[in-house]
Design a protein around this ligand. Structure first.
Ligand code: UD1
Length: 333
């Protein structure tokens, strides 16, 4: 199939495109490179040994351009990953987040109708569950989000749900990611945050490399196994394979799936595993809780396992090893 991947050059997108090519699909990437680098495309070609990628450096919210791309290509399905994703920035620039993330979803949904594309996979986030108690299940009533980034995901989900109600022949799958980390085992593609990272794993790698002095652990007094926050970290290659399975298993109407491992790992456990596997020290200090954080967040993964036969395979050890390998390789290149 010819699959249009919005945001296909980014951290998750590059791994999704890799899996698509490996499975014999063609990728048409639309990415404005606002948080990614063009060299990633050559790296995907190197990993897969395939070159059936068409790349448009364009903004998905530009409707005229998108119409042009859909007119020129026979597109069988869309995987929509493009979006701004920094929680902190979304609080200071709410309009930017609402405009970009919601408009992108609307425009791609319009393209589905105008160009008869029935297959649509959307990148959502476990953040839509708000403060609901884990394990989180897809049929739960959503919790309240604490920031415009999270709200933009809730609204995009609602738009897609209303769209399917109005056009029941569409096949839409919403994927709620837990905490994607790790990198491709080649060390060629991975997460390269611009500036000082907010998320835990990129922060740990920068401390491990000596570029940042120490990790700040946001609270050790949560009601968890050791007092630090517990999350469901999922290897980005597993996550990417989940997209392929969701795409190939699309069925009429709306389907929602968690993409997680179903296992929670605390901050202390992740730091300890990183140090042990990579033989590198991570100095840290305990600081105040971060506003908006919850104690525990992990997935109930039974739905996607039962319906599509997918489950995450890679371990926390794989995640810390691959994250560090990618980071170290970037530094030496
Ligand atoms: C965050 C976002 C979430 C988004 C996700 C994308 C918030 C409140 N949530 O999730 O909406 O979908 O990123 O990946 O920002 N931690 C530290 N020190 C750090 C960084 C993190 O102790 O320097 C802790 C956090 O308190 C948390 C865990 O590490 O317990 C994971 O944090 P993070 O990687 O930022 O992800 P989430 O907060 O789960």
């Amino acid at each position: 199939m010819n699959i249009l991947v919005s945001g296909g050059v980014g951290f998750i997108g590059s791994h999704v495109v890799t899996e698509l090519l490996n499975a014999g699909h063609n990728a048409i990437i639309v990415d404005d490179l606002s948080n990614s680098e063009i060299t990633t495309i050559d790296r995907i070609k190197q990993i897969t040994g395939k070159s059936n990628i068409l790349f448009y450096q364009e903004d998905v919210t530009n409707e005229a351009t998108m119409k042009d791309i859909f007119s020129k290509n026979q597109i069988d399905g869309i995987i929509h990953l493009a979006g701004y994703k920094s929680v902190g920035e979304s609080v200071s620039k709410p309009l930017l987040y609402y405009q970009n993330n919601i408009l992108a979803t609307i425009i791609l949904a319009k393209m589905c109708l105008e160009f008869n594309v029935a297959n649509f996979v959307f990148s959502s986030s476990a953040t839509v569950y708000g403060d609901k108690l884990s394990p989180l299940r897809e049929d739960m009533v959503l919790g309240s989000t604490t920031n415009p980034y999270g709200e933009s995901k809730v609204i995009s989900e609602k738009i897609l749900s209303d769209l399917v109600d109005a056009h029941p022949s569409l096949k839409v799958s919403i994927l709620r990611y837990f905490n994607p980390v790790g990198a491709h085992s080649s060390g060629l593609i991975g997460e390269k945050p611009k500036g000082i990272p907010n998320n835990l794993m990129p922060y740990i790698t920068m401390v491990a490399s000596g570029q940042l002095d120490q990790l700040k652990i946001f609270g050790d007094d949560y009601d968890t196994v050791d007092g630090s926050g517990v999350r469901d970290y999922i290897h980005v290659v597993d996550l990417a394979k989940g997209h392929l399975v969701a795409l190939e298993g699309l069925k009429q109407g709306l389907s929602i799936y968690n993409l997680g491992t179903g296992r929670g790992t605390s901050v202390f456990e992740l730091v300890e595993t990183f140090q042990r596997v990579n033989q590198v020290g991570i100095p840290y200090q305990i600081v105040e809780r971060r506003p908006g954080d919850i104690a525990t967040c992990y997935a109930d993964t039974s739905k996607i396992k039962n319906e599509l036969g997918w489950e995450a395979k890679l371990s926390i050890e794989d995640m810390v090893r691959d994250s560090w390998r990618f980071f170290a390789k970037q530094e030496s290149d």
